[in-house]
Write a protein of this length. Structure first.
Length: 145
């Protein structure tokens, strides 16, 4: 693969088929709950990005090097170890409204731009929805295209 080729691109795989094929019943059920939250917050129908990311909307980014790409504005992947929610820098930064919400979320971990949740029963779903909404607002402000 050439250096400029992007691995994670929008695909035509049906999100419902992907969720239905998840091996674990709890994982399928929780993916449906997270999908419903993203649909409410974003107003977008989901689309598969790469092999395992369920994404909503899209944005175009450009690095200082001039490299340009497109990715989903928000989304998640129901992985075996944990649900991974992408574009969640607001959780990592933990400023403003996020600083009030993150301590109320429940059991989770974070990465540079991701939020990891092992089981939805471990988190407050209303707080999760509010954090997804903040993340969506941040992405729309940062990438108004």
């Amino acid at each position: 693969m050439a250096k400029a080729d992007l691995k994670t691109k929008a695909s035509e795989v049906a999100v419902a088929d992907y969720i239905a094929a998840l091996p674990d019943a709890r994982q399928r059920e929780e993916a449906g709950v997270i999908d419903a939250i993203y649909r409410r917050v974003t107003g977008f129908e989901p689309q598969m990005w790469g092999a395992s990311i369920i994404g909503y909307g899209s944005y175009t980014y450009k690095y200082e090097s001039g490299r340009v790409g497109t990715m989903c504005r928000g989304g998640f992947s129901p992985r075996k170890a944990a649900h991974t929610l992408y574009a969640m820098q607001i959780v990592s930064l933990c400023t403003g409204r996020a600083a009030e919400l993150v301590p109320k979320l429940g059991k989770h971990t974070t990465g540079k731009g991701c939020l990891y949740i092992k089981k939805l029963a471990d988190v407050d779903l209303a707080v999760l929805e509010a954090l997804i909404a903040l993340s969506w607002e941040r992405m729309n402000t940062a990438y108004p295209d």
